[in-house]
Write a protein that binds this ligand. Sequence first.
Ligand code: NDP
Length: 307
Amino acid sequence: MIRLAFCGLGAIGTPMARHLVGDRFDLVVWNRTHERATAFAANQGVRVASTPADAAAQRDIVITCLPTSREVSALLDGDDGLLAALAPGSLLLDCTSGDPATSREIAARLAERGVHFVDAPVSGGVSGAEAGTLTVMCGGRDEDVERARPVLEAFGQRIVHAGPVGAGHALKAVNNGLLAMHIWGTAEGLTALAKAGVRPDLALEVINASSGRSNSSENLFPQRVLTGAFPRTFRAALLDKDVGIAAEVARDARVPSPLLQLTAELWRMAHNELGEDADHVEAVRVVERLAGVALRAGPLPTPEKPA
Ligand code: NDP
């Protein structure tokens, strides 16, 4: 039986870790807010670790799912940190949407102790994590990715080996850069159309039958914007971080990337305005405010007649 530790029971970490409960894996969990870990483990036969080091002791694979690579790196440090307890030959599997440069540094620190590293960010959202249908983008050595595969298959449907350490994080960041562009662009287009007298639901119906469609137009806008529901599944702060990584990846590669750089700037602005807890789709509210029109289903308010 593979001995696992899972560190980071947040919005997506929790449903991912649920797939690791059961007979196939021997699971230990750790979370910064201890009560979240005890609530997760209650009546599940899962042990709750008191520190990251306690979680990593005698584990074959330690999974991290934290906001950014900064927190993952910090989790290695100190007497209570992962590095103090990860056994030579073990594997750190980082499911954070992190940044390639920090991941390469982490991998180098681990390698000094004979510990292996794979970056394995996921896409598919909380609903994909619950359904066990995530896409996982891996960066690392072939043998390490193969070793991680049975664990990743517990919550992932498509496990892709993208390249060396950092490649998974780079791919994930670019994917989310595109998501950020689609949300912002769709919001700009629909607010412009609303002001021109075209109903957002009608506009989406046409766009979704035409070449301008995206996951944003097909799912996020009909389900969350037109309804005004805005459920909190993925924080805008995290998408801001992802677009920033994508912009940095492009800059590091010396690739002209004005659109990515602009998108990063827009999302930094939205993050500042919305705060730490808002959902990513709530960035549409920022565009609505700038445009002076709200996108909701049903008839548009009658435009005011000029005096
Ligand atoms: P959340 O903000 O919901 O959870 C973050 C987790 O990290 C919590 O367990 C939190 O602990 C822990 N944490 C935060 N800061 C620290 C710290 N300094 N030291 C130790 N632990 C810390 O994030 P998500 O679960 O949504 O996201 C996790 C990662 O997955 C991110 O990189 C995100 O970009 C990515 N992701 C998220 C998706 C989503 O739909 N939510 C989709 C795809 C990827 P505590 O309970 O104490 O706050």
